[in-house]
Write a protein that binds this ligand. Structure first.
Ligand SMILES: Cc1cc2nc3c(=O)[nH]c(=O)nc-3n(C[C@H](O)[C@H](O)[C@H](O)COP(=O)(O)OP(=O)(O)OC[C@H]3O[C@@H](n4cnc5c(N)ncnc54)[C@H](O)[C@@H]3O)c2cc1C
Length: 325
């Protein structure tokens, strides 16, 4: 009986959300009173194993097979199915990434279970977990108690757990070599989505400057662009800005856009509607600039500036430039 944290990496680069999932898995294993193991696969995984092994866990399983070099849903499902059958964990904990969304429901189905996806919280009734998921664009929280025999499968929303709570340790690294059959892998991998779309991965950004309807018109976007540039931040937006085509859809933050958890999120002329908040509440530090002192964004902000963004933002850019010399 154990908890298994499934970490994600691509070509030797960790997915940032992997550490959040591991931090959560450490807490779950402690609450359930069972050991924690880690699993990772794909080309480059073995080179990363030592880093994972420096975290608190019993073992790090590197799943190795030539058919796992590149991600495929069939390959990953078969590989993790073999590992789960070998280890019989009670709970698999995964980051809620695009990849997890792709293969994990199928993996869970192999065990007659469902994926409890996009979990934002957990508590324990004795050693039994109760997971919290959001419904109706974050208007309701639902408690989900895994039913039936283990294993159970959960994926965790970006920013719901903090990677800086990770505990260090010294885990043993083991190679796990599943039997895989090329004939059962139906997908042919193409270039990763991010590169093909030339898109931004806001989920990986450390700093984000996000602009809302307070900017008034498309011609004013350079005002906030200058701040993003000065801070070395990615530019993001609320939905109306993207709906209007002032910035591309891939820069939208919120329930129907991206979920982000940067170190700093600076919201400029954004009111703080619930659909926006669910996408950025995991930011470590939230700064808001809004001319309305009663705007809901100030309820989640660590620092707030009540003022006209057309005065505040250029002044801020000047100050940042001065500090940077
Ligand atoms: C199903 C559904 C899904 C949705 N998904 C998303 C989503 O993913 N992301 C998202 O963002 N929204 C989403 N929305 C929309 C959401 O409900 C809000 O309408 C939206 O977030 C509001 O954007 P805003 O804050 O930019 O605009 P507004 O709410 O219009 O706020 C503009 C703010 O700018 C301030 N302001 C105006 N002028 C200035 C100035 N000169 N200086 C400083 N401040 C100024 C105002 O005081 C105000 O607070 C969704 C809605 C629905 C129904």
């Amino acid at each position: 009986m154990s908890v298994l944290a499934v970490l994600e990496q691509s070509a030797g680069v960790w997915h940032r959300m992997s550490w959040e999932a591991l931090a959560a898995a450490q807490q779950f294993a402690a609450a359930m009173g069972v050991p924690l193991n880690i699993a990772v696969t794909g080309a480059g995984a073995s080179a990363l194993a030592a880093e994972a092994a420096a975290k608190h866990a019993s073992k790090v399983f590197v799943i190795e097979h030539p058919l796992l070099a590149e991600y495929t849903a069939d390959g990953y499902t078969a590989a993790f199915e073999a590992l789960v059958r070998a280890l019989s964990p009670m709970l698999l904990v995964m980051p809620h990434t695009y990849r997890t969304r792709d293969f994990a429901p199928k993996l869970a189905t192999r065990f007659g279970r469902v994926l409890i996806g996009d979990v934002v919280g957990a508590r324990f009734e004795g050693a039994s977990p109760v997971f919290v998921r959001q419904l109706f664009q974050g208007k309701l929280n639902a408690d989900v108690r895994p039913a039936g025999d283990s294993p159970h499968f959960v994926s965790l929303q970006a920013g719901a757990w903090r990677a800086d709570t990770l505990e260090s340790g010294a885990a043993v690294v083991e190679t796990f070599s599943p039997q895989l059959n090329a004939a059962n892998i139906r997908q042919v991998p193409e270039a990763p989505f991010r590169e093909a779309a030339r898109g931004v991965d806001l989920a990986a950004a450390e700093r984000i400057v996000s602009v809302g309807r307070g900017i008034k018109e498309k011609e004013n976007i350079p005002v906030v662009e200058a701040l993003a540039e000065a801070l070395g931040a990615e530019l993001a937006a609320s939905r109306p800005i993207c709906d209007a085509g002032w910035l591309p859809m891939e820069r939208q933050v919120g329930s129907s856009g991206q979920t982000v958890a940067p170190k700093m999120y600076l919201a400029v002329g954004i009111s703080g509607a619930i659909q926006h908040l669910v996408g950025m509440k995991g930011a470590k530090t939230i700064v808001a600039i809004n001319k309305d002192a009663d705007a809901p964004i100030f309820e989640v902000a660590d620092y707030g500036i009540v003022g006209d963004l057309f005065e505040v933002v250029p002044a801020l850019v000047e100050e940042v430039k001065k500090v940077k010399g």
